[in-house]
Design a protein around this ligand. Structure first.
Ligand SMILES: Nc1nc2c(c(=O)[nH]1)N[C@H]1C(S)=C(S)[C@@H](COP(=O)(O)OP(=O)(O)OC[C@H]3O[C@@H](n4cnc5c(=O)[nH]c(N)nc54)[C@H](O)[C@@H]3O)O[C@H]1N2
Ligand SMILES: Nc1nc2c(c(=O)[nH]1)N[C@H]1C(S)=C(S)[C@@H](COP(=O)(O)OP(=O)(O)OC[C@H]3O[C@@H](n4cnc5c(=O)[nH]c(N)nc54)[C@H](O)[C@@H]3O)O[C@H]1N2
Ligand code: SF4
Ligand SMILES: [Mo]
Length: 717
């Protein structure tokens, strides 16, 4: 039976119109939503008002959910490759046929390589109990999330300092007086609740210092904008710390009580004066001093945002780490207007969701990427995905035969698609589970279409904020095509290789009841609201009884994990060369109306998608004979190149060019996105194995590209 339809059928005697509480799936933020359904069709989507910080608000992408569900340009049945990888020749298959095909090849890998020869990557987030359970059931430790090209540097930086990841810090933007942002483009790279809190704080007089080589919409909302030289923020932070220590502007009580390594910090910043940083960042020394005076007056209601997308350069980890150290020096940890600590249900005397993964036998094999063993500063909980691809190239430390890719598009998300494809070619089995034709799905052996977020239910999740909150993605309507929900797909694969015990549930309600056992909330109660906070109001921890799960129990400015990894906790700043002639650092970012590469083919969002342009500074453009609006060619050193109109503007640093990410798709069946614009990740030639050794994150913005004008006949000008 199609388990999807089990829930769609509920309430057959109910009126034609109903309200379903669920979670948006148009990006990975997963805002809670309220969905109106009439005669089995979605008629309206808005924010779930039971989430008071969100209210009815959604972003444009969230509003385009119906357009996504109604779109026929997505896989409508399982597909099995019938030509060469990537050639785009497929045959439709029934679910039984596709799952049997996968099981046979998976079993071969299990026989030849053992369980550890299977890997899985996904988009991370609150539902990974499912994918982790799947991979563990197969006897493999090789779960990866996408974070090497997103947050792994800030994640591991927080772990080296506090013993927990950055996601455990809840930035209390609404109540802060001064917010410092290093390229965190809150107004365009959206998280709706955060953007609302930001705008309300700006209206209430919060100061914002925005630091970015490029002036974004967030820069327009800031009190101060610094056009920093690309990849040099670490020098700035060392100078800020220098000034704060020199003038004794830090929270002595907090630091004395909780910090180890203050002397090491003092030594590391002894020479990093504001004048010194000016030579690296271009930010005037006096402006740095002015910021320090302001934040000292506003502390502890000051937040240095440690970043979100921080896969930028080989010292990105230390940009995030020093931003976190600045918060500690401000004494803002667990203070209103500062960095609150995320709380577990147990903190409020409640129970957590029961974990599926505990039903699968433990796995003792070492990870293929060495995270947590050879590389102690990389958290094995998220892994370091590019090391999987390195292992594929060499079969070291051991061979991998099968790769499951769920809700992840590495050929868009990882640098250098050419190199990545070569690594993927070594696999015996590639399975992509997606809701549309991603670049990676197109390169897979089997595409399994998951039902869209409006057409399925997920396992339950828990978000860890100042108040932990249960979240439910409930099914709003029946699937339009022959698709299935992920929990069903993973269960069916496991059953076929006789490892199905951990996911042996017949219906999603049965699975939900297992998860909710002991939580004191019923499925119906949660279904009636979609979100359920596990406490009435946030409670702060006692300030003198904070706990930090580092080896020393302190906030470690001198990190034990980094020492174990043989890496310095506070390395000197490594200056980066300034590109000259026709070379530039390639920067990238997001449009408020698009999600990575996944929404350019959405009928509505495609209509309102911004034109992709190449931002460049007038001085550099003029030297190359490039005028505003003129067509330019961009090359990254590999076979791939692209052409875009130039946007000549002083609002980008002369060392850099900038383009939006998510363009340049190659799948012909996604006709609206196909061939539109240039794929920044394909220009990141040679960057698949270039990363920050401390955090594992890729060094994407160290990519240098060459730019030249294109004559009106298309040739070189
Ligand atoms: N060059 C360059 N590289 C980048 C970035 C950049 O800006 N430039 N950004 C980086 C960042 S910050 C990130 S987070 C990553 C993002 O990289 P990804 O995580 O790969 O990106 P997404 O597009 O969010 O989602 C991946 C896939 O999930 C699919 N999907 C969406 N919803 C569902 C669903 O409900 N079920 C299933 N099964 N699949 C679904 C989408 O169709 C898409 O193919 O890329 C990173 N890489
Ligand atoms: N609309 C929309 N919103 C999204 C997403 C989406 O796809 N679409 N994706 C979500 C995801 S997964 C993420 S991770 C976040 C990312 O959110 P952000 O981290 O805010 O990321 P980006 O938009 O990638 O980059 C922001 C800025 O970093 C700047 N930058 C580049 N190099 C440097 C540097 O050396 N120093 C400094 N200070 N700045 C630099 C770029 O110029 C760019 O303007 O957005 C999330 N929100
Ligand atoms: S930020 Fe927008 S697209 Fe992302 S979950 Fe929220 S409403 Fe949906
Ligand atoms: Mo991200």
């Amino acid at each position: 039976m199609n388990a999807n339809l089990a829930t769609a059928g509920r309430g057959s005697d109910a009126p034609d119109t109903r309200t379903v509480y669920s979670l948006c799936g148009m990006c990975a933020v997963r805002c809670p939503i309220e969905v109106q359904v009439q005669d089995g069709r979605v008629t309206w989507i808005q924010g779930n008002p039971h989430d008071t910080a969100l209210g009815a608000s959604l972003c444009a992408k969230g509003g385009a959910g119906q357009s996504f569900q109604n779109d026929d340009e997505r896989p409508q049945t399982p597909l099995i490759r019938s030509g060469e990888r990537g050639a785009g020749q497929w045959r439709s298959a029934s679910w039984d046929e596709a799952l049997d095909y996968i099981a046979e090849r998976l079993q071969q890998t299990l026989n030849e390589c053992g369980g550890r020869g299977v890997a899985l990557s996904d988009r991370g987030g609150p539902f990974t109990d499912l994918t982790r359970t799947f991979i563990r059931s197969l006897g493999s430790p090789n779960y990866f999330n996408h974070d090497v090209t997103c947050a792994s540097n800030v994640y591991n930086a927080a772990r080296s300092l506090f013993g927990f990841p950055h996601s455990k810090l809840v930035l209390d933007i609404k109540n802060t007086k001064h917010l410092v942002l290093y390229g965190r483009n809150i107004a365009e790279s959206l998280m709706v609740k955060e953007a609302k809190a930001f705008m309300s704080a700006v209206s209430n007089g919060m100061r914002v210092t925005y630091i970015d080589p490029r002036a974004t919409v967030t820069a327009c909302k800031a009190t101060r904008y610094w056009q920093i030289r690309p990849n040099s923020d670490y020098a700035l932070n060392l100078a800020l710390i220098h000034e704060i220590l020199k003038h004794d502007l830090y929270d002595h009580d907090f630091v004395a009580r909780y910090v180890s390594g203050l002397d090491a910090l003092r030594a590391a910043v002894a020479e990093t004066t504001p004048e010194w940083q000016e030579t690296h960042t271009g930010i005037p020394a006096d402006d740095v001093r002015a910021l320090v005076r302001e934040i000292a007056a506003d502390a502890p209601q000051v937040i240095f945002h440690p970043g979100w997308m921080v896969a930028r350069h080989s010292q990105s980890f230390h940009v995030s780490r020093t931003a976190l150290i600045l918060n500690v020096l401000m004494g803002n940890i667990e203070m209103p207007g500062g960095c609150l600590l995320g709380k577990s249900p147990e903190f409020y005397g409640r129970a957590s969701l029961k974990r599926l993964i505990d039903r699968a036998p433990k796995v003792d094999e070492p990870r293929v990427d060495g995270a947590g063993t050879e590389h102690p500063s990389w958290d094995p909980a998220i892994g370091v995905l590019h090391r999987l691809f390195a292992a594929l190239e060499t079969d070291q430390p051991y061979p991998i035969g099968a790769y499951f890719i769920y809700r992840h598009d590495p050929l868009t998300a990882m640098p250098d698609a050419e190199a990545l494809q070569r690594a993927l070619d070594r696999l015996k089995l590639i399975v992509a589970i997606d809701v549309r034709y991603s670049e990676t799905a197109w390169y897979a052996d089997v595409i399994l279409p998951e039902s869209t977020y409006l057409e399925r239910a997920n396992i339950l999740g828990l978000t860890q904020g100042a108040v932990p909150t249960l979240i439910m993605r409930d099914q709003a309507v029946a699937p339009r095509f022959d698709s299935r929900p992920a929990w069903w797909i993973f269960r069916e694969i496991l059953r076929r290789v006789e490892r199905g015990a951990a996911l042996d549930f017949e219906h999603i309600e049965e699975l939900w009841n297992y998860q909710l056992d002991g939580v004191g909330v019923s499925v119906d109660e949660l279904r009636a609201r979609g979100v359920m906070a596990l406490a009435d109001a946030p409670r702060l921890q006692e300030r003198d009884a904070l706990e930090f799960p580092t080896p020393s129990g302190k906030i470690e400015f001198d990190s034990t994990l980094l020492a174990q990894a043989g890496l310095p906790s506070l390395p000197p700043y490594a200056s980066k060369p300034a590109p000259t002639g026709d070379s530039f650092y390639l920067l990238f970012g997001r449009a408020a109306t698009l999600t990575h590469g996944q929404s350019l083919n959405n009928p509505l969002l495609n209509e309102i998608a911004p034109k992709q342009e190449l931002w460049m500074h007038p001085d550099r453009a003029q030297a190359l004979g490039i005028t505003d609006g003129a067509l330019v060619e961009i090359t990254g050193g590999g076979r791939y190149s692209g052409q875009l109109p130039a946007k000549v503007t002083p609002w980008i640093h002369p060392d850099a060019v900038f383009m939006l990410h998510g363009y340049g798709a190659t799948v012909p069946l996604a006709t609206r996105a196909h061939g539109l614009g240039v794929a920044d990740q394909r220009l990141q030639h040679g960057k698949l194995h270039d990363f920050d050794p401390a955090g594992g994150g890729c060094s994407l913005t160290e990519t240098q590209v060459r730019v030249r004008p294109v004559a009106s006949n298309g040739g070189a000008a």
